[in-house]
Write a protein that binds this ligand. Sequence first.
Ligand code: MN
Ligand code: MN
Length: 267
Amino acid sequence: MVRILPVPHDANSSFLPGTADGPEPILAQESLGSANVYSSTLRPIRVDEDYRVLPPVEVRHLAGKEAFEVIKHRVISELAAGSGPLLALGGDHSITYPILAAYAQHGLRVHVLQLDAHGDLYHDLDGNPYSHGSPFARLLENNLIASLTQVGIRSLTPHQREQASRYQVRIIEMKQLDQAWIRDLRHPLYLSLDLDLLDPAFAPGISHYEPGGMTSRQLLDILEALPTLAGADLVEYNPSRDIQGMTAMVAYRAMKEIICKLVEQNG
Ligand code: MN
Ligand code: MN
């Protein structure tokens, strides 16, 4: 059974707070009545049958290194408990650094597929090396992941391009999007899904609007085409910016598809 780990942490958001309140509305979609429990594969995905929700990591009022230590230690203990793959629900994207540091310490140096409007490769953002704009810089410079493939990017700066070439990051920009890269993904594969990948028209409940993104359909097609996953996170849902919970519903749908990919491998 897949284990959902809520990580209510937004201390490293550079623009707006709010993602700490993200996990709950996404998880609430299943019981809201209008939600269809079926996934693309016509398999129903239900709480307490296909996934269960773990108690949230207690990081709501922590910041900086202290918060990351708490996240890392929790993930290490959940991996050690070993009762099914993990899907972390953010929270801002900074949490992917302590999460994957935990995977590495557990002996899982994963290949990462990052679906995002942004590269998140800044050495630091506004002086904060733990920013949600920097998790992949930290992971790569500390050699904690085996490779990084970024898809959907549409906000590269010269500095981020430099970082990408330094760390041999494969980038499929939004303007050159196809699905050919999927066959090059390697295992163990970890998916890090930043909801701002989607065009703000489809997912307004995010902090950083970056026009020109994917449709919900394009995201679902990618998720369906992915190979099996060893772990995943879904980040950057900001309910304070959402309209009628529409982004929470998109996130819930993505969550179901991700659960299918985690279940495939791990039963
Ligand atoms: Mn991101
Ligand atoms: Mn982003």
